[in-house]
Design a protein around this ligand. Structure first.
Ligand code: FES
Length: 142
């Protein structure tokens, strides 16, 4: 079996929703200290729904593919649903990732959550801080 699925290769070579939203309602930036990769996620929210979403990722191919897939999965979804997006769901949607690349998908999940948190903070919307715990990569295989 090839190391990367066709979907991973597709989203790496033709990433969806790349760029910046100048009028974003929420911006999340996360990084992984170990590999040095950085992901920035922009969301536009209207009536509780993510109407647009873009990302910039300075990182490995899997980080680009997972952020691309994450934007596809949350676009058009209610914000609460986006908040539930797990790295596992992103990996499944990409037909899998090698074990040592799973941490890249964690970055995508965190970027989405960071953007939602920023949106909540900017709009004075109350939330449960437990929903925004930052994943501790020290305990993650990479
Ligand atoms: Fe760090 Fe992929 S190697 S996010």
């Amino acid at each position: 079996m090839a190391l990367y699925s066709d979907k991973v290769m597709d989203h790496f070579q033709n990433p969806r929703n790349v760029g910046k939203l100048d009028d974003a309602d929420g911006i999340g930036e996360v990084g992984n200290a170990k590999c040095g990769d950085i992901m920035r996620m922009y969301i536009k929210v209207k009536d509780g729904v993510i109407t647009d979403c873009k990302f910039n990722t300075f990182g490995c191919g899997s980080a680009i593919a997972t952020s691309s897939m994450a934007t596809e999965l949350i676009k058009g979804k209610p914000i609460e649903e986006a908040l539930q997006l797990s790295n596992k769901a992103v990996v499944e949607a990409l037909d899998g990732l090698p074990a040592h690349k799973i941490h890249c998908s964690v970055l995508a999940e965190e970027a989405v959550r960071a953007a939602v948190k920023d949106y909540y903070d900017k709009n004075g919307i109350a939330y449960n801080p437990d929903d925004f715990q930052i994943h501790d990569c020290e305990h993650c295989h990479d």
